[in-house]
Design a protein around this ligand. Structure first.
Ligand SMILES: Nc1nc2c(c(=O)[nH]1)N[C@H]1C(S)=C(S)[C@@H](COP(=O)(O)O)O[C@H]1N2
Ligand SMILES: [Mo]
Length: 578
């Protein structure tokens, strides 16, 4: 059957200003590199270089060894160590060894986490500051690897992003969060499936008994094990059948606390989820979630360091045989698995960044496909969260590339008296509206949190016209599926900034064209004369300095066809609810 080919649509004249984009990252078209600084933690008013932690830890370790050796001389401590040798007597021995599934899932966990951690650090580098408060006011951060925000000029969130070495971040480039997110989400999905399989297999076999403490005696025994390790007299090893209490507790925390915490705090950084959850989204605000997510990362990093160190210094060959070959002997069989596995990790580690730059569009496609469950799950998470005047942020980070044209300068000079918003495309009733026309329409005010993809957030009160009223006015035709917003400003890599939204999103209760911010006309910096608010999406979807709106059937023939400027040029997702 031949379906009638729809007539090619004549677009708004601004569609001519859109630019094509490469399917790979061209360094000459990318934000120039910018180094960060050595990470610092704020203690009161002072910023302390984290490298001080190294000598400090060393001194603490040496003192710890001396003190624990002295303690072991004391009869009371000796009595304690006899009473609590390191493994509770009640702990059940697991006699089924380390089955193949367990060894495989252990490896996959390690493999996935490499990419999750690297891309996570890349995401962090896009806004290299951590806060506890939702407003992200410069100076209130507790951690940063960027200088203080300059006070004498406009400093956008993109200005603030820093580069990473490409062996560390994926893909290392400055402001490559779009690509890093695909790695982070895709591998998180795989990691969650792996983790779910691990939980199920753990509890349907006897293997859970290795990890889950069943007696309170795990605590004194863990203290005992810690004392024994620290005094450099290692406790008896029964790892083949049961772990010592320190091991058990740290594995338990990693598997059953750190991992779920990471997932929860990851999801709570999503605009759709956080804005939907009301009080919970307010209590575990995006910055708290981001900070805890980062602390969980440190738990994992320190765990990996301690875990691997102990595997190697408490009888490497036997330990590796258990976890890699599933045998308890002094052969070399563990290495037969370990070496190819580590080669695979090394080669994929080596290739991840260069392949991502070369095949950026492909990474975007595969990432979109693999993160589909997250998008799907958040589709019905309507933003409902309304905040109060008290919540309004003292500082709201600006972002984006400002309009630079005589046309726009003229409009600013006349305070937008000559401005006309063009709404056309697949509509029955195209219109041109002045600011006065827009202000004569029903006004809606909302106090909401803005979630920038880069990581910061901010609360403001927005006032403007609900887009649903504008749609009722222009009457989209039956074919109409998307609404495209064109800006007066170009994007960072040339060509007009634009973005496309689904009709449903544009008809949402909280979708408005804002002409007011915090009770005053929106400033030019924040998008005058009009900027979009669409609360279940990330900030980049909210076009500033809106010049025209076009209702279309499809966005595939606009720009590079990905649904917006950042989608085309920076490989972001068209839907960005997380
Ligand atoms: N025209 C245009 N609109 C834009 C951008 C841009 O670069 N150009 N940046 C977007 C991004 S990434 C964000 S986070 C918000 C920032 O809005 P704000 O400057 O009011 O904080 O605007 C969005 N709208
Ligand atoms: Mo953003």
């Amino acid at each position: 059957m031949i379906s009638p080919r729809p007539m090619p649509q004549a677009h708004d004249p601004l569609a001519m200003r859109l630019s094509a984009a490469d399917d790979r990252v061209r360094l000459s078209h990318w934000l120039p590199p910018q180094a960060g600084v050595v990470p610092r933690v704020r203690i009161g008013q002072h910023w302390v270089n984290v490298l001080w932690a190294l000598p400090l830890l060393f001194v603490l370790l040496v003192i710890g060894v001396a003190v624990s050796q002295a303690l072991r001389e004391m009869p009371a401590v000796q009595g304690f160590l006899v009473r609590y040798p390191g493994i509770p007597s009640a702990a059940t021995a697991v006699t089924t060894g380390f089955p193949g599934w367990l060894r495989l899932l252990h490896f996959l966990n390690l493999f996935f986490m490499v990419f999750i951690i690297r891309s996570g650090v890349q995401i962090l580098a896009d806004h290299p500051r951590l806060y506890w408060r939702r407003d992200c006011t410069p100076g209130t951060e507790w951690f940063r690897f960027q200088k203080a925000v300059p006070a004498d000029r406009i400093w956008t969130s993109k200005d603030d992003s820093v580069s990473l070495p490409s062996w560390l971040g994926i893909p290392g480039l400055r402001h490559s969060i779009g690509l890093a997110r695909w790695w982070h989400f895709s591998f998180t999905l795989l990691w969650m499936i792996n983790g779910a399989a691990f939980y199920v297999l753990l509890f349907t076999t006897s293997q859970w008994q290795r990890l889950v403490p069943t007696t309170w005696e795990v605590f004194p025994n863990a203290a005992s094990t810690a004392l024994q390790y620290l005094s450099l007299t290692f406790p008896d090893d029964e790892s083949w059948t049961r772990y010592n209490s320190l091991q058990q507790l740290s594995y338990f925390i990693t598997t059953f606390i750190a991992a779920p915490t990471s997932i929860l705090t990851g999801l709570m950084q999503s605009p759709a989820i956080s804005n939907h959850l009301g009080w919970f989204g307010r209590v575990l605000n995006r910055q708290k979630a981001r900070s805890i997510h980062f602390i969980a990362l440190w738990w994992f990093l320190l765990f990996i360091l301690a875990h691997v160190t102990l595997v190697f210094i408490t009888g490497a060959r036997v330990n590796l045989n258990m976890m890699w070959a599933g045998v308890q002997d002094a052969s070399w069989s563990g290495f037969a698995f370990l070496i190819p596995a580590m080669l695979l990790v090394a080669v994929t580690w080596w290739l991840a960044s260069p392949l991502t730059l070369r095949h950026a569009r492909q990474v975007q496609r595969i990432g979109t496909f693999l993160s589909w469950p997250f998008g799907r799950a958040t589709r019905s998470w309507d933003p409902t969260a309304q905040l109060t005047e008290k919540d309004i942020s003292p500082h709201f980070w600006p972002n984006g590339t400002m309009p630079k044209s005589e046309e726009f300068d003229e409009l600013v000079k006349n305070e937008f008296a000559d401005y006309r918003l063009r709404i056309g495309g697949l509509v029955e009733n195209p219109v041109e509206l002045s600011i006065a026309d827009l202000k004569a329409m029903p006004k809606q005010e909302q106090i909401t949190t803005h979630f920038c993809i880069q990581g910061w957030s901010g609360v403001a009160k927005w006032g403007g016209v609900p887009v649903r009223h504008l749609l009722d006015l222009v009457k989209p035709t039956a074919e109409a599926r998307y609404v495209v917003l064109y800006s007066f400003a170009d994007g960072a890599d040339g060509g007009r900034y634009y973005d496309a939204h689904s009709m449903a999103n544009m008809r949402h209760q909280l979708t408005i064209l804002a002409y007011e911010m915090n009770g005053a006309p929106v400033s030019v910096l924040h998008g005058a004369p009009l900027r979009l608010r669409c609360e279940n999406e990330l900030g980049f979807k909210m076009v500033k300095w809106i010049a025209a709106i076009e209702v279309v059937r499809d966005y595939a023939d606009l720009g590079a066809g990905q649904g917006g400027y950042n989608e085309d040029h920076e490989f972001y997702g068209y839907r960005a609810p997380i």
